[in-house]
Ligand binder design. Structure first.
Ligand code: ZN
Length: 244
């Protein structure tokens, strides 16, 4: 079984489709695990939700999904994110809105737990440090947790000898999961923030119990053009080109 692990699509349909094509180039995929923020920032919220739902998927809610369907206020969002959330809310079909409203905050599936931010603060904590990873491991009931939200591909293996280290994951890096306890972030599909503008995602292969990270080129200018047509913020449009 091969599963594409995708987070932070952010209504960037061009990036999402490039990731799916790349995943399928490596062999058939049997489903998607999505770690939230399907919408927000980008120009194609309904289309991204429809694309996701066309696959066998397990999906958790992100803060932008909650904001777009009115379940979370935008007081703590920056101005561009808040105005993008309002724009998204106005675009959503009734069906898409009710899909977002009903997403769970966490999912456990076999050896995996999915959550957008962290187990102690699912919709909001940016899991960026070894200290935060330790707190996550303490709450984690399965060997592996998959997180998103930071838009940074990252990996942490629990170390019984000392505090864990959370480190960036490289393009093409393959993890053999073995008996370890892990926290894994596939990075941002629709708005990478590690300085590499290529879409980021990972594939879980149950055959050899591995996870492989990948970066994928996509037509950034096509997404930017759609964002301009939608009247989305210039800052959000520009940052796609820098991966920040
Ligand atoms: Zn996000």
């Amino acid at each position: 079984m091969r599963i594409a692990i995708i987070s932070d699509i952010h209504a960037n349909l061009t990036a999402f489709r490039a990731v799916l094509d790349h995943a399928k180039d490596g062999g058939a995929i049997d489903g998607l695990w999505c770690l939230g923020d399907i919408v927000g920032y980008g120009p194609h919220p309904n289309e991204c939700i429809a694309e996701l739902r066309s696959y066998d998927n397990k999906t958790v809610a992100g803060n932008h999904d909650l904001a777009a369907c009115g379940k979370m206020g935008t007081e703590d969002f920056n101005e561009a994110a808040a105005s993008a959330a309002q724009w998204t809310e106005g675009q959503l079909s009734d069906d898409a809105r009710s899909y977002l409203e009903n997403l769970p905050m966490t999912v456990e599936e076999g050896d995996f737990t999915f959550v957008h931010g962290s187990l102690r603060w699912p919709e909001w904590e940016y899991l960026l440090s070894g200290e935060q990873a330790q707190a996550q491991f303490e709450l984690q009931k399965t060997p592996i947790s998959l997180v998103g939200h930071t838009h940074l591909p990252a990996v942490c293996l629990e170390d019984e000898a000392g505090p864990p280290t959370l480190r960036p994951a490289a393009d093409g890096e393959r993890l053999e999961l073995g008996d370890g306890r892990w926290i894994i972030n596939p990075g941002g599909a629709g708005q990478p923030r590690d300085g590499d503008p290529r879409a980021s995602y990972a594939v879980y292969d149950s055959g050899d119990a591995s996870i492989t990270f990948s970066r994928v080129d996509y037509d950034i200018s096509a997404t930017q053009k759609s964002m301009e047509e939608a009247g989305l913020s210039q800052w959000l449009i520009e940052r796609l080109a820098y991966g920040r």
